[in-house]
Design a protein around this ligand. Structure first.
Ligand SMILES: Cc1ncc(COP(=O)(O)O)c(C=O)c1O
Length: 461
């Protein structure tokens, strides 16, 4: 074993690997540098970052403006208790106001997406009492702490439930998953039943305080709803006095082409939570943002929430710089061009590979659903397989890509295509070439049929 491997082992022996059996947390790749859309291991080998790490490095790596802002703040005032005002938080609020959907007015700063959702839960349960239930959806991830885990539809919740680390009062609504419609209907004849069912659900449940949604489903599929979905959901929430929480932890920060994904449907949530891209992952940031109406409730009532690192100055210092960089980038037109190119290239990839069942997404946020059989839509692996230790087909494809210099996150059924927004068309082509080779692993075990890949994204324009 090399000296480097020995050092990595010393790390893994003494740390908990995330979401892993600890036996499997043995020799992670040591990454020592990163620049733009590439990162480098200790041997100097480069990898194209085709998932922006955990869909968070939206500005790519080593952005000089963001780094400079953080360094300046580190030198001036890295931390001061949240009971004081600090200039970094003041500048961050001003920058955030320039990109937030209209109507979202009041902020709480924490340091992660899961904390942002915990704060949202407190807000809705306090101001909607005695109503306390929260509706979420099965295809979702909302965080690792009790509220986030309870809101989560994917198998990470199952493990949190067994550890009794969730909250009570969460119910799950049907997904807007056109490729595998839970009602076995087809859009548009379905009349968007997945959204309309909510009215029945809320009335039958009673005590519903809020609904939480990822406006474009992230880890659990990059699922974009049909155009009518959010306007219907918003109306049903309003008619029933239910608050709508948009979890934009992953879908926010221009990942879908707009600052926040919910803006594609001209719908304003009552609360928006975000993290990741807020600092482009340069510092740990979580944000819970409410309307004036929700905020007014707390004028008289205690906002019984806070953290030592709330409004952390060093964390906040990255926000204005990141916001300015996003604006500059979109003014250049590069992400808009790259997004169109990416879509085209993914469609072409699906024409060449029989293991691609569905191509879906928007902007720089795409999923390829990998299937054994396009005709029956039989998957290689299931949700339950994800944390079982089974070698998943998506993981095999992603591992092959990694060997050839392409990093791509994989879920149990989909590959995550979510490159930094700075990626060029040439870099996309470089990544697609590597995917072309890696996908042959799936093709070799898929059944040849005469059915082309589905394009859910054509439904959702
Ligand atoms: C939609 C969504 N919400 C919440 C979270 C939790 O964020 P964090 O990992 O920063 O706690 C994530 C993380 O991936 C996410 O994708």
């Amino acid at each position: 074993m090399s000296a480097v491997n020995d050092k990595v082992k010393a790390l893994t022996d003494h740390t908990y690997g995330t979401w892993n059996r600890q036996q499997a947390w043995s020799t992670p790749l040591l990454i020592t540098d990163a620049q733009g859309v590439y990162f480098y291991d200790e041997s100097g080998k480069s990898y194209i970052d085709f998932s922006s790490q955990l869909m968070c490095s939206n500005l790519g790596h080593k952005n000089p403006a963001v780094i400079e802002a953080i360094v300046r703040q580190a030198e001036k005032l890295p931390y001061i208790a949240p009971g004081f005002a600090n200039e970094a938080a003041m500048a961050a609020v001003e920058a955030l106001q320039s990109v937030m959907p209209e109507g979202l007015a009041k902020f709480f700063f924490s340091t992660s997406g899961t904390e942002a959702n915990e704060a949202a839960l407190k807000m809705v349960r306090q101001c909607q009492a005695p109503a306390y239930k929260v509706i979420s959806r099965y295809h979702s991830y909302h965080g690792a702490t009790p509220a986030g885990a309870a809101f989560t539809g994917d198998p990470r919740r199952w493990y949190s439930e067994r550890a009794r680390c969730t909250i009570e009062g969460v119910r799950f609504a049907p997904d807007h998953y056109c490729y595998r419609c839970p009602f076995d209907l087809t859009y548009p004849q379905c009349n968007v039943q997945c959204a309309r069912y909510l009215d029945y659900m809320i009335k039958e449940e009673g005590n519903v305080a809020a609904m939480i949604v990822e406006p474009v489903v992230g880890t659990n599929g990059r699922i974009v709803p049909p155009p009518e979905y959010y306007p219907i959901v918003r109306k049903i929430c309003d008619d029933n006095g239910v608050l709508l929480i948009a979890d934009e932890v992953m879908s926010g920060w221009f990942r879908t082409g707009k600052a926040f994904a919910i803006e594609h449907w001209n719908v304003t949530p009552d609360i928006l939570t975000t993290a990741k891209g807020a600092s482009a992952a340069y510092t740990p940031v979580g944000l819970t943002v409410s309307t004036e109406k929700v905020a007014r409730f707390f004028d008289e009532s205690l906002f019984c929430h806070g953290h030592t690192y709330a409004y952390h100055a060093l964390a906040a210092s990255a926000i204005p710089a990141a916001v300015a960089e996003y604006k500059k980038l979109f003014d250049s037109g590069l992400p808009q061009r790259a997004a169109g190119h990416l879509q085209q290239k993914l469609y072409e990839l699906a024409d060449r590979h029989i293991c691609i069942g569905d191509v879906r997404g928007i902007g720089h946020f795409w999923g390829l659903e990998i299937v054994k059989n396009r005709k029956t839509r039989e998957p290689f692996d299931t949700k339950a397989d994800k944390l079982s230790g089974k070698a998943l087909m998506t993981a095999k494809i992603a591992a092959e890509a990694m060997k050839n210099g392409l990093y791509m996150a994989a879920w149990y059924d989909t590959l995550v295509i979510a490159p930094p927004l700075i990626i060029t068309e040439e870099q996309i082509d470089e990544a697609i070439d590597i995917m072309d080779t890696a996908l042959k692993i799936g093709d070799a075990q898929a059944v040849e049929t005469d059915v082309p890949a589905f394009r859910s994204s054509e439904y959702t324009k």
